[in-house]
Write a protein that binds this ligand. Structure first.
Ligand code: CXF
Ligand code: ZN
Length: 367
C-alpha cells in the first residue's frame, strides 16, 4: 500500500477536499507515478458537477506529468526514474486501438470514466479502508501519487519541463489532434475556432503550423483573444461586441468558413458554428456539455454538403502525438507557458473559479 494525498470530490457539486488515501502496489501493466504536475480540464469540472457519471467519492485529474517510482509485472514501456506524461487509457487490442484510434477504444467509457475502477472492477484507491473512485482516464492524477495504466503513460526526455507539459495529455492533444487528424485543413482554407480556452488556443497553434488563409478566434474574453492573436489567429471576434455569424460571413465574403471547431459545449455556439460553415465545410465538436444536451440545426442549411463530427481527444494516439508536441514545445512553437498558471493541490477550487471567470486559461497543479 502507498499512502498519499489526493484531492477528493465527495459528491456531485462538492468542492475538492485534500485527504490522505492509499493506493495499491502496481499490478501487472500498472505504473506508480510520483506526480509533478496535473492540469485541470473542464471535463474534471463537468464530472464534479455530476454531468458525466463517475464513482464518487473519487479522485479526478487526467492531464498528469510525473516520475515513475515503481512498475508492475510485464511493464516494458517505462522504468523507475523515467519522466512520463499521463493521458487516457485504452485496451490496446480492439479494432480501434489496433487501427491507431485508441480514443475510440471499444472499452473507452468504462475504462476511462464511468467505472472509477480497473476493468476487472477492483478499486485502485481507498480512504479509511473504503474504496474511492480512481483510475480516472487510467490515472486519477489529482494526487501526489497516481496508479496509472501503462497505456496511460508516455515517456519523455529527462529534461522535459513537466510543470509546463502536464496539459498535453488532454486539452492540448485535443486541440492539435482535432486540427491535424480530423479537419486536416488544406492550404489556403479557413478555420474558425469557437472558444479561446486551452483547447481552442491549442487548435490555433496547430493551425499556425499549416498554411491557412485565415484563422478566426471567437471568444467573450478580450485577454484570451489577444493571446489568440499572439499565437497565430489572423482575426478575432469578441462575441460581446459583434454578431459572430454576420462577422464571419463578412470576413469570408459571404462564403462561410471551411472548418470550425466548437470547444465551448454551448448548443447556441455550435449552432452558429454550423450555420457559418461554407459549402462542404466541416465542424468538429469537442466541447462536452452535460449528458443529454441537445442542439437544434437548420436542416436545409446542411444540404450544401456540411459535415459535423464529434471528436474525443483529437482522435490522437498519445504515444505518437505527445512526443511531437513535446518537440514542438522544445522548439518554441508551442509556448504553453503563456496558457499555464500554477496552483497548489489545495488550490483546485480557486483554479476552477479562475478558469470559469477567464482569469486563467490552463490551471496546473504543481505538487
Ligand atoms: C473528454 C470530453 C468528454 C468525453 C470524454 C473525453 N475529453 C477530455 O476531457
Ligand atoms: Zn480533459
Amino acid at each position: 500500500m502507498i499512502t498519499t494525498t489526493a484531492a477528493i470530490v465527495e459528491e456531485p457539486g462538492a468542492p475538492f477536499t485534500v485527504r490522505e488515501v492509499s493506493l495499491e502496489e502496481p499490478r501487472a501493466g500498472e505504473v506508480l507515478v510520483r506526480m509533478v504536475a496535473a492540469g485541470l480540464c473542464h471535463t474534471d469540472l463537468t464530472v464534479r458537477a455530476g454531468g458525466i457519471p463517475f464513482r464518487l467519492p473519487g479522485i479526478l485529474g487526467h492531464e498528469g506529468a510525473g516520475v515513475v517510482e515503481r512498475v508492475g509485472a510485464g511493464v516494458t514501456k517505462v522504468r523507475p526514474g523515467d519522466k512520463v506524461l499521463l493521458s487516457f487509457t485504452s485496451c490496446g487490442h480492439c479494432g480501434a486501438c489496433r487501427g491507431g484510434h485508441p480514443a475510440y477504444c471499444d472499452s473507452w467509457l468504462p475504462s476511462n470514466l464511468i467505472n472509477g475502477t480497473r476493468d476487472d472492477g477492483s478499486p485502485t484507491a481507498h480512504r479509511d479502508g473504503d474504496p474511492v473512485g480512481g483510475h480516472f482516464f487510467g490515472q486519477s492524477s489529482f494526487a501526489r501519487h497516481a496508479l496509472a495504466d501503462e497505456r496511460s503513460t508516455v515517456r519523455v526526455d529527462q529534461d522535459a519541463p513537466l510543470e509546463i507539459l502536464a496539459p498535453l495529455g488532454c486539452g492540448v492533444q485535443t486541440g492539435f489532434g482535432t486540427v491535424w487528424n480530423i479537419l486536416g485543413p488544406a492550404p489556403g482554407s479557413t478555420l474558425a475556432v469557437f472558444g479561446a480556452g486551452a483547447v481552442g488556443l491549442a487548435a490555433i497553434m496547430a493551425a499556425t503550423e499549416l498554411p491557412l488563409k485565415a484563422v478566426f478566434a471567437i471568444d467573450r474574453v478580450p485577454a484570451r483573444l489577444d493571446l489568440a492573436t499572439e499565437l497565430g489567429a489572423t482575426h478575432t471576434i469578441d462575441v460581446g461586441w459583434v454578431d459572430t455569424a454576420k462577422t464571419l460571413l463578412e470576413l469570408t465574403h459571404g462564403r462561410g468558413v471551411d472548418h470550425a471547431i466548437d470547444t465551448t459545449g454551448n448548443p447556441g455556439v455550435l449552432r452558429t458554428a454550423v450555420d457559418t460553415l461554407a459549402a462542404r465545410g466541416t465542424c468538429a465538436v469537442v466541447g462536452a456539455p452535460p449528458a443529454g444536451t441537445e442542439v437544434s440545426l437548420d436542416v436545409q442549411g446542411l444540404l450544401t454538403g456540411k459535415k459535423i463530427v464529434g471528436v474525443t481527444l483529437g482522435d490522437g494516439e498519445p504515444e505518437t502525438l505527445l512526443p511531437q508536441l513535446v518537440d514542438l514545445h522544445r522548439r518554441g512553437r508551442l509556448p504553453l507557458e503563456k496558457l499555464v498558471r500554477h496552483y497548489p493541490l489545495e488550490g483546485l477550487d480557486q483554479a476552477a473559479d479562475d478558469m470559469h471567470q477567464g482569469r486563467t486559461i490552463k490551471p496546473v497543479v504543481w505538487f
